[in-house]
Write a protein that binds this ligand. Sequence first.
Ligand code: SAM
Length: 630
Amino acid sequence: MSDELLPPSIETAELTWQDGVPESSRFGDVYFNREDGLAESRHVFLRPNRLSERFESVPARGSFVVAESGFGTGLNFLATWQAWRERATNPTAILHFVSVERFPLQREDLVRALALWPELTPLAAELADKYPPLTRGAHRILLDGGRVRLTLYLGDIQEAWQALQFKADAWFLDGFSPARNPEMWLDQALAMIRAHSKPGATLATFTSVSRVRRTLESAGFTMQVIPGFGRKRDMLAGTLPVEVELNQDQAPPSVAIIGAGIAGCLLARNLAERGIPVTLIDSATGPGAGASGNRQGATYVKLGVEFNDQTELALTALCFSQRFYARFRDQYWHPTGLLQLAWSEQEQDRQRRFLNRNAYPAEVFYPVDQHQAGQLAGVPTQTGGLWFPGSGWLEPAKLCTELAAHPLIRQHFQTDVRQLQRLNSTWAIKPATGPDIITDRVVICAGHLTPALLPVSGRFRLKKIRGQVTHLESQTLTSPRSVICGPRYLNPVQDGVAVVGATFDLRDDNPDPTVVSHEQNLKELTDLLPGILRDAEGLGESVEGRVSFRCATHDYQPVADELCDSRGQVSQNLFMFTGLGSKGLTYAPLLAEYLADRLSGQPQCLPARLMRRLASQRLHQAEKSETNSG
Ligand code: SAM
C-alpha cells in the first residue's frame, strides 16, 4: 500500500491549471465554468433554490441547511456564505453547509482557485485559515463567529450520507458530469437525499440527464427542466412537497447545565451563541473551580496505533480544539507546540508501530529525532518523539470564567444540587437550599460528582481519579518553550510558574496536596528530562500545587449523550457530558459542539460511528468486561 493510502490520509485532488482555472486530471473536467464560475454558482445553485429570499426569513435562533455533493474548491460554499451575510439579518441565525468531498484540494490549491474572485477574498482567507488537515471523516468548521458552520465530510458520497445526521432545506447536486463521475450520481446516492431533506426542501443541479431526473422524481421530488448557464442549455431544479407546515419561530426549550467546568462552560457558551438561554449551576463560587481550575493545562491526546473509531474521535477533537481555541490566542490559549516524547522502550515501540501503520498530515504531527525535539522544545531531551505543531496549553480557570460571561448565560453559583426530579415534561433541579429550578432540559457536566445526580436505576461505570499538579517557580527550572509530555507533562513558565502534572491516584480522596505526590511528579519529571530542575534536593517539600478530581469511564472515553438506564430506557431531555479524564481541554470543545447541535436540532458534527463512542448506554455493560478494558 502506498504511503498516501494509509489511514487517516485521503487521496487529494490532482489538478491542471489553465488561465488560473483548475481542472481535475482524474476526471478530465473543470470545477467551475471557465468564463465565470461565480456567476455560474449563483445561476445554477443559489437562484433555483431561492436562497436569498429564504435566508431573509430565517428567524432568530433558527438555522438554514444547505447540503452539497462535491465541495471541490469551496466556490459554491463561499457564494452561499456571501449571500447569507447579505440577506440573513438575525444575528443568532446559523447557516449550516454540509458538503462531501472524496478528493479534497490541498490548501494551496484552494487558495489559488479562489483567488480568481477578489470580492470573495475575506471569506476565502477565513476558509483557508480554518481548512482542516486532510484526513478522512467529518470536519466541523466554525466561520463568521459561528454564524456559519461548515460540516465537511472527506470521503465518498454514500459513506457521508450514511454517516451524517442532518436535514437539508436546499441541495446543490454538484459533481463532475455523470458520464465522467458515475459514483456521484448512482441511484443509491441520489435516493439518500430524500431521507436528509426537510419537507419543502429544494434542489438544483447543473446536469439535465434524464436518469438523474427520474431517480429524483422517484425519490419524491417534483422536478423541472430550466435554462442552464452559459453554453449549457438545460439544468434541473426540484422541490419536495411540504407535508406539514413547520413553524420555526418557537421559543427555544430552556436548558440548565449542572457543573461549570470546561465541559459545562463550553456547552453553555455554545448554546448562548446560538441564541439559546442557559442556566449554569455550580456549587462553587465561580466557574472552573474543579478539575478545570488549574493554572495551566495542555491540549493532549494519545492517537491509537490502529486508526479505529476511538482514534478518529481523538483526532477530530484535537483538530477542532486547535481551531476553536484560536479565538483566545494570546489570552488563555498558547499554541506553543507539544512534544510527545518516546520516553521508554515501550513508548518507542508504540510510536514506531503507530508511524508504520498511519500517515498523518504534518500539520497534525510529525516525528522528530532527539536533536529536533530539543530544538523545538527549547530544552535538551533524551529521545525524540512526536511533534504536534498546532497544540499547546491553556489557562483553563480563566477560560471558564470568560466562557461563562455571556448575556444569555444566567449564573447560579453556590448552588448545591441534591436531586433531579422529572415533572411531566420538565425537570426540577433541587438545590440543598432555595427554590427548585424548573427547566425543559438538563445537562449534567458535574465530573466526578455526576453519579450522585443521576436519577435512574443501575450503576454507571464512572470513576474518580485524584490528580495533583506541582507548581514550579521559574528559578527552579529551565523553562521549555513548548509543552512536553511523557508520563507527566510540563508547561512553559507563565507568570513565574510552570505547572507539572499530574498524578493519577485511584481510590485516593485526599483533597489536599501532599509531599508524596509532589515527589512523584518531580521524580517522573527528572526521569523524563534529567537536568531540567536546577536543584531537585528537598524541592518536593517546598513547592506548592493543587489537587482536583477527574472523572473517567471504564474505557477512558468520554460520554456526551442523553441518559440511558441499565434497561436501555432513555431519560428524555436529560443529558450527561463527562468522563473526560485528563483530556477534557481537548475533547470538550468538539463534544460541546456536538451536544449543542443535538439540543438545537441542527445538523450534527459527528458521524454516527463516533456518536456511538459517546453513548451513555455503554456505561452499563456487564461488569466482567470492566477489568479487561481499563
Ligand atoms: N462544488 C465545487 C466547487 O464549488 O468548487 C465543485 C465540485 S466539482 C465539479 C465535483 C467534486 O466532486 C470534485 O471535487 C470531486 O473530487 C468530487 N467527487 C467526485 N466523486 C465523488 C464521490 N464519489 N464522493 C464525493 N465527492 C466526489
